[in-house]
Structures are given as C-alpha cells and as structure tokens.
Design a protein around this ligand. Structure first.
Ligand code: C2E
Ligand code: MG
Ligand code: MG
Length: 531
C-alpha cells in the first residue's frame, strides 16, 4: 500500500507517493505515474476529487481529509472485495485517523510556536532555557558562554524605516550571527531586538560578536550600519538553572547599556545579589512608605556673615524597624527606579510646605524651604499640576519655596527642562542646582535655565581646606554666581576653617554639620527659637 498526495503546480496536478509499504516501498517520494498500474492514478484522483473512500474489486483507496491541501489518499492492493460492514468500519476509521493527524499537525505547530521564533525560525527564549538547562547538566558547560546581543537603537530604526524594514534587518542579523560564528553555536532570538549566542568562549566573546557588526547590513539595497550591546555569562561558574543564567545575562546586558552603547559586560555574581537585594529593598521601602514610617529631617541653611538661619533643606529619612537608617543615596535611586518617587516626592513636598506654613505662622516669616526633586519626578507629565495642587492645598507661599535639581538632570533634554523650569518659575518658586560642579553644565546653558541658586557640592567644600591649589572650584563657583547674578550656597560645611574660607571668598550662604545637623520638625523649631 502507499499514501499519495496531490501536488498542484502551474498546469495541473500530479500525485506523489509520501509513504509506502510492501511492493510499493521503493516508490516513496516518486510520482504515482511511475507505478505501472492503470488502476492507481485513476482511483486516486477519483478518491481525492470526491473526497471519499473508494472500494474497488481488488483494491481500495481511503481518503483522509486534511486542511489546506494536506488531504491525502491511501491505495491498498487488497486482492479481495470488502463487504458492506468492513467498508463502513473503514469509513469511521478514516475520519478518526484524519482527526488524529490534524491534531498531530496542530500539536506540531503549537510546538513550533512555543519553542521557535515565528520571524527568524530561530529557537525562542523558552527553547533556549531548555537548551541552557541541558548544557548546564552536561560536562560541556565548562567552556560555554551565554551572550545576549541587543541591537542598539533598533526601536528608532523600526520607527523611522518601518516594521518591514526592521524585520528584514533582524533576519539579516540572525543570518550573520548564525553563519559567521560556526555551526556548533546556538543562536536564539529571545526578544524583539535581542539575540542570544551560546557556545564556546573562543567564539562567544565580545570581540568576535562585536566584529560581526563592523560591516554594514544591506537591506532593500540600503546599507545600514548598526551596533550591538552585549551581556555575557560564563556558565562554568554559574549556579542555578538555565532561566537563572538568562536572567544573569540580562542583568549584564542592562549594565552594559548603562555604561555605553556598543559596549559589553560580563556578569559577576555580586551583580545578581545586588539586584536581588534591590528588589527586597524596593518592597521594604514601599511598605515603609505606606505604613507612614518615612520622615523628613530639616537641615538649616545660614547666612555666612550673620550666621543667622535663612531656611532649611528637607531631607528624606527612612528608619527601619531595627532602628537603623537607610541612607537616601541608597533608597532614592530605588524609589526612582520603581516609580515610587512620584508619590514619595509629592509627599515630601507636601510635608515641607506644611512645615513652611507652620513656621511662617510662628513668626519666621523669611524662612525658605528647599526641597529635592528627582529627575524622574521632573519628567513626569503630572509634575506641574502636582506642584500647583500642593501649593493650593497647603497654602504655602511659593516665593519661599526652592526646588533643588541635580546638575546631571539640568543637562538632560534641555528643551523640556527649560519649558518646565519656566512654568515652575511662573508660580514664584525658585530653582537651585544641587551638587553644582559635579556635572557638566555649560555656562550659556545655565543662563537659559534661569536658575536662582547654585549649590556648591560638598566635595568641593572639603577640598578648599585640604587642597594646596591656589584657586579652588568652590572659589570659581562663587565667582560664577556673582557674574551670572545667582545666589550661591555651600553645602557640607563641617568646620570653622571651611566656613571662614568660604566667607572670605564671598560665598553668602552655607549649610552643613558645623551649623546644624538635619533635625526633626520639633528640633528645628527649638533651634530657631534659641537663636
Ligand atoms: P543633597 O541634596 O546634596 O543633600 C545634602 C546631603 O548632605 C544630605 O545627605 C545631608 O545630610 C548631607 N550633609 C549635610 N551637611 C553635611 C556635612 O557637614 N557633612 C557631610 N559629610 N554631609 C552633610 P542625605 O540626607 O544623606 O541625602 C543624600 C541625598 O539624597 C541628597 O543629597 C539628595 O540628593 C537625596 N535626597 C534626600 N532627600 C530627598 C528627597 O526628598 N527627594 C529626593 N529626590 N532626593 C532626596
Ligand atoms: Mg539637596
Ligand atoms: Mg547636594
């Protein structure tokens, strides 16, 4: 017996043998017309045409229904005529088999969908994890490196040149990764523009992979020069599952992206611990915030000549249940990263405004409140509305509120920043650049920003008494402030020598442990009253 399927070509159709047994075994993959038997072709076309079984005198053809030209017929040399009952049984048998085959095909396709990328036909993330598990369980793991290769600026290319173009570019990258690095390697597509190459360290390393991107890709007759950022994990010292290895590679990739595009980073175990701790800390911070366990400390700012207070900076404090403080330098980045800073920042601003209103009510009517604002808050579309909302809710006088933004923020997205700052200034609130001197602000840019105050970073304050250099950065900032007509405040003043030096340089304002530590609201009131 044999199975035949109809192939449709331009002119008509012909039958080819897709499976065979017995005296027909040698005909597999050949045309049915090669079989020298007049009954055969006739019977087959009849059966496929009528889409049903055909019972001859000494043969039968069974028809198996299938989707999209996947139907086929089986020719069986019976040598006998089947009775009615046998024929009905075979009819049932055939339709059951057809359903079964359909299911097999569906399962096959599901398998492909589950384990292979539809566009590139490469193994997908799930399949890669399986391969990684197998690799990790074998002795071969010792020399194996897992890499993630992420195309730089792919989203922009996709947007600018269209998704079709983007797809072709991805295919070209996939082909190059596959063809140039050697057959033993496994290339997978684990995300939109992220591929993975798994294999021996002599091929899977930043130099070899990076070199693949030296030549441009030719897409639709256009040359496209792209670069890739690479995260790598050496499997020999990896502890954990394949999924963990992929997670580690992702951490390394993120780190590489943070540094620079077209760079690379090898995963180090400390990075994984860091990131897991960060997650724990993030949950703890959220809980602490929701349970009202965060507080604000106020550090006074003084006039260097009179040594009288002019205001205070609001500084966020997180005291854990064990009594230890988590430094803001640790938890603020986590709050920014997780988005919690939006609510947290509003809460700080609200509390600082309430404090300001209360102090003004108690007679300290010149008191100014400085509040730190993170870049994530600044970029949030609701920021200005939030600001106005807090002002009107608390009744705080905007002329006595100052927002501190760090210099690194001041450099990003100038147009957006200038626009936002202009809006803020319209409300009467003033702006200080925090940690000034540590970033890269250009002078012309500073003028455009219309800031009111520069805050000399404490590292430069420490430097004025320790360094032997004649002219310090602090001195330059003071002069800069004078030239641009900006107020200047020095932060982190710890001793009398620094204070005197700053005074002699003409720095008008200061903040630091020498004058007052950050303190609670009650302590601040006492401190102010005792002046
Ligand atoms: P910053 O805005 O530059 O704040 C000044 C930091 O210097 C504070 O650290 C303060 O406690 C510390 N400091 C003050 N005087 C002295 C001194 O004499 N010597 C030394 N060595 N340090 C002094 P803190 O409170 O740990 O805050 C660290 C940073 O966390 C702040 O730097 C600020 O960037 C950020 N931060 C604090 N609270 C908030 C907040 O509510 N929102 C945002 N976005 N960031 C905040
Ligand atoms: Mg500050
Ligand atoms: Mg600062």
């Amino acid at each position: 017996m044999f199975c035949a399927q109809e192939n449709y070509n331009g002119e008509g159709s012909e039958f080819s043998v897709i499976a065979a047994a017995g005296s027909y075994a040698s005909f597999i993959d050949r045309h049915v017309s090669d079989i020298d038997d007049a009954r055969v072709a006739d019977a087959l076309s009849h059966s496929l045409d009528k889409r049903r079984n055909l019972y001859g005198d000494d043969f039968i053809t069974l028809y198996f229904i299938g989707n999209a030209n996947r139907d086929f017929a089986l020719f069986l040399d019976t040598g006998i005529t089947l009775n009615e009952t046998d024929q009905r049984l075979l009819d049932v048998f055939c339709s059951n088999i057809a359903v079964g085959l359909d299911n097999v095909m569906l399962v096959g396709r599901l398998h492909d969908f589950a384990f292979y990328d539809d566009l590139s036909k490469l193994p997908n993330r799930t399949r890669l994890v399986n391969i990684l598990d197998e690799t990790l369980a074998s002795a071969a793991r010792n020399d194996v490196t897992l890499s993630l290769v992420d195309i730089d600026h792919f989203a922009e290319i996709n947007d600018a040149l269209g998704h079709k173009f983007g797809d072709k570019l991805l295919l070209a990258v996939a082909a190059r990764l596959q063809s140039r690095l050697g057959d033993e390697l496994i290339v997978a597509r684990v995300g939109g523009d992220t591929f993975s190459v798994l294999g021996g360290a002599t091929q899977v390393n930043p130099a070899m992979i990076g070199a693949l991107f030296n030549m441009p890709f030719c897409i639709e007759g256009q040359e496209v020069q792209i670069s890739a950022t690479i995260g790598l994990v050496r499997l020999d010292d990896h502890e954990g599952s394949g999924a963990d290895a992929l997670k580690d590679a992702n951490i390394a990739l993120k780190r590489a992206k943070m540094q620079q595009r077209a760079g690379h980073f090898y995963f180090a175990r400390s990075m994984g611990i860091e990131s897991r701790q960060r997650v724990l800390l993030m949950h703890a911070l959220r809980t602490a915030f929701e349970e009202g366990k965060l507080s604000i400390a106020y550090q006074p700012q003084i006039d260097l000549v009179t040594r009288q207070p002019v205001g205070a900076e609001a500084l966020l404090r997180w005291k854990k249940d064990d009594g230890k403080f988590v430094p803001p330098d640790v938890f603020i980045p986590i709050a920014e990263y997780s988005g919690l800073i939006i609510n947290l920042g509003e809460w700080v601003l609200r509390a600082a405004c309430d404090e300001l209103v209360s102090l003004h009510g108690l007679g300290f009517t010149d008191f100014i409140m400085s509040v730190n604002v993170s870049q994530v808050q600044f970029r949030h579309p609701d920021f200005l509305d939030m600001l106005h909302r807090v002002l009107s809710d608390t009744g705080a006088p905007p002329n006595f509120i100052e927002l501190e933004i760090t210099e690194s923020v001041a450099m990003q997205e100038p147009e957006l920043l200038i626009k936002t700052l202009t809006q803020i200034k319209k409300s009467g609130i003033s702006i200080a650049i925090d940690d000034f001197g540590t970033g890269f602000s250009s002078l012309s840019y500073l003028q455009q920003l219309q800031v009111d105050r520069l805050k000399i970073d404490r590292s430069f304050v420490a430097e004025i008494t320790s360094s032997s250099r004649g002219s310090s950065i602090a001195e330059m900032v003071v002069q800069l402030g004078r030239n641009l007509g900006l107020a200047v405040i020095a932060e982190g003043v710890e001793n009398e020598r620094q204070a005197r030096k700053l005074t002699s340089l003409g720095c008008p304002l200061a903040q630091g442990n020498l004058f007052a530590l950050p303190m609670t609201s009650e302590q601040l009131l006492d401190w102010l009253k005792n002046r």
